[in-house]
Design a protein around this ligand. Structure first.
Ligand SMILES: *[C@@H]1O[C@H](CO)[C@@H](O)[C@H](O)[C@H]1NC(C)=O
Ligand SMILES: *[C@@H]1O[C@H](CO)[C@@H](O)[C@H](O)[C@H]1NC(C)=O
Ligand SMILES: *[C@@H]1O[C@H](CO)[C@@H](O)[C@H](O)[C@H]1NC(C)=O
Ligand SMILES: *[C@@H]1O[C@H](CO)[C@@H](O)[C@H](O)[C@H]1NC(C)=O
Ligand SMILES: *[C@@H]1O[C@H](CO)[C@@H](O)[C@H](O)[C@H]1NC(C)=O
Ligand SMILES: *[C@@H]1O[C@H](CO)[C@@H](O)[C@H](O)[C@H]1NC(C)=O
Ligand SMILES: *[C@@H]1O[C@H](CO)[C@@H](O)[C@H](O)[C@H]1NC(C)=O
Ligand SMILES: *[C@@H]1O[C@H](CO)[C@@H](O)[C@H](O)[C@H]1NC(C)=O
Ligand SMILES: *[C@@H]1O[C@H](CO)[C@@H](O)[C@H](O)[C@H]1NC(C)=O
Ligand SMILES: *[C@@H]1O[C@H](CO)[C@@H](O)[C@H](O)[C@H]1NC(C)=O
Length: 287
C-alpha cells in the first residue's frame, strides 16, 4: 500500500513538470469519428490524474475521457479534431483531456495500391508469390489479400499455403500473407486491427500470430527478404474469439519509430485445423 502511494506520487510529479500542454473540457464526452480510435477503456481508475498518467504512458494517447462517478478512464489515439465533444450533465462528472501533439494517427485506406499475395515466406526470407486457385501456392479466387483493404467485413482473404481446398491441417495457411507499398509515402505503423473471416462457423482459420515487416526499398527489390525489417512478431488480435466477420483487438507496435513505405504481413500460426488462414480486414493505424 505504502509503495503504491509513492509510485503514484512520482508519476503525478512527472506530469506536473512536463511541458506538454493539456487542454481540459469539463462536462464533456469525446466521440471519435471512427470507433477504432479507442486505445483502452479502463475501469477502477480512482482519479483524473491516474487517468492522465495512463494516457501519458502511451505515445499515441492524445485524448482521455474521465468519468468521476464511475471511475472509468477511456483513452483514444484520435486528436480532438478527429472526433466531437458533446456536453455531459454535471452529475456524470465527465471531463475530456486533450494532449496537444503534432502527431496525427490515421488509418491507411487503400486506393489503387497493388497487394502482392505471397506464400511459403517467413520474416527475413524472400517472398514467393501466390496465385489464384485451389491448391498449394494458391489463394482462393475470391480471397486475395486485397480484400482485406476493401472495408467489407464479409469478404475475406483465404490463402492455402502448402495445402489445398480439400486438405485441412493446423499448418495450412501458415507462412502466407501479403505486402504492399502505400501511395502516400513512408508512414510509421503504430497499431493495427484485423477482423475475422465470415466463414466457417468456427474460428479455425483465424490467424493467431503474425509478423509485420517494413521496407523503404522499391520495386523488384521488395521480393528479397533482405529488404525487410521486422517490427512486430505477436498476436493477430484473436486471442479472444471475436465471432465471425468481427474485429479482433487492437495490437500496438512496440516502440514505433521508423516510417516505412511498404509493409509485409505474414501469418505464422492459425487457430485450428482447416484449409487456409483467413481474415476479413487489416486496418493499419499510421502516423
Ligand atoms: C467502456 O467500458 C464500459 C464497461 O466497462 C462500457 O459501458 C462503455 O461503453 C465502454 N466505453 C467505450 C467507449 O467503449
Ligand atoms: C506504462 O506502460 C508499460 C507498457 O505498456 C507498462 O509496462 C507500465 O507498467 C506502464 N506504467 C504505468 C505507470 O502505468
Ligand atoms: C508527441 O509526438 C512526439 C513525436 O512527434 C512523440 O515522441 C511524443 O511521445 C508525443 N507525445 C504524446 C503525449 O503523445
Ligand atoms: C510541432 O512541430 C513543430 C515543428 O515540427 C515544433 O516546433 C513544435 O514544438 C511542435 N509542437 C508540439 C506541441 O509538439
Ligand atoms: C495509382 O494511381 C496513380 C494516379 O492515378 C498512378 O500514378 C499509379 O500508377 C497507380 N498505381 C497503380 C499500382 O495502379
Ligand atoms: C518453400 O520454401 C523453402 C525454403 O525457402 C524452399 O526450400 C521450398 O522449395 C519452397 N517450396 C516451394 C513449393 O516453393
Ligand atoms: C461485401 O462482400 C461480400 C462478399 O464478397 C459481398 O457479397 C457484398 O456485396 C459486399 N458488400 C459490399 C457493401 O460491397
Ligand atoms: C491436397 O493436399 C493433400 C495433402 O498434401 C494431398 O494428399 C492431396 O493430394 C491434395 N489434393 C489435391 C487435389 O491436390
Ligand atoms: C525508389 O524509387 C525512387 C523514385 O522512383 C528513387 O528515387 C529511389 O532511388 C528508389 N530507391 C531505391 C532504394 O531503389
Ligand atoms: C517470433 O516470436 C516467436 C515466439 O517468441 C519466435 O519463436 C520466432 O523466432 C520469432 N520470429 C522472428 C522472425 O523473430
Amino acid at each position: 500500500m505504502f509503495s503504491t502511494i509513492i509510485i503514484i506520487f512520482l508519476v503525478s510529479h512527472t506530469i506536473l513538470s512536463t511541458t506538454t500542454p493539456v487542454t481540459v473540457y469539463n462536462n464533456a464526452y469525446f466521440y471519435p469519428t471512427d470507433t477504432h480510435y479507442l486505445l483502452s477503456n479502463l475501469s477502477s481508475i480512482s482519479s483524473v490524474n491516474d487517468c492522465l498518467c495512463q494516457c501519458y504512458n502511451n505515445t499515441i494517447c492524445f485524448t482521455a475521457n474521465y468519468f468521476g462517478t464511475t471511475h472509468q478512464c477511456i483513452l483514444y489515439f484520435a486528436q480532438l479534431n478527429q472526433g466531437q465533444l458533446r456536453v455531459a450533465t454535471a452529475a456524470i462528472d465527465a471531463s475530456v483531456y486533450s494532449v496537444e501533439n503534432n502527431t496525427t494517427v490515421s488509418f491507411f485506406k487503400r486506393t489503387n495500391e497493388t497487394v502482392y499475395n505471397i506464400w511459403n515466406t517467413t520474416a527475413g526470407g524472400s517472398s514467393i508469390y501466390a496465385v489464384s486457385g485451389y491448391y498449394s501456392g494458391n489463394y482462393y479466387p475470391t480471397g486475395p489479400a486485397q480484400v482485406a483493404f476493401d472495408g467489407n467485413l464479409t469478404s475475406r482473404a483465404c490463402n492455402y499455403g502448402a495445402c489445398n481446398y480439400s486438405f485441412g491441417a493446423l499448418a495450412c495457411g501458415e507462412k502466407t500473407g501479403f505486402y504492399l507499398t502505400m501511395n502516400g509515402g513512408p508512414k510509421v505503423l503504430v497499431a493495427f486491427y484485423m477482423s475475422s473471416g465470415f466463414e466457417p462457423t468456427s474460428r479455425v482459420r483465424d490467424p493467431m500470430t503474425i509478423t509485420i515487416e517494413g521496407s523503404n526499398l522499391n520495386g523488384s527489390t521488395l521480393i528479397l527478404g533482405s529488404s525487410w525489417t521486422l517490427i512486430y512478431n505477436g498476436s493477430a488480435g484473436f486471442i479472444i474469439n471475436p465471432g465471425r466477420a468481427a474485429w479482433g483487438t487492437l495490437q500496438l507496435i512496440p516502440n514505433p519509430l521508423t516510417a516505412f513505405a511498404s509493409y509485409r504481413l505474414l501469418v505464422t500460426s492459425k487457430q485450428g485445423s482447416d484449409t487456409c488462414s483467413s481474415y476479413g480486414e487489416v486496418l493499419f493505424a499510421v502516423r
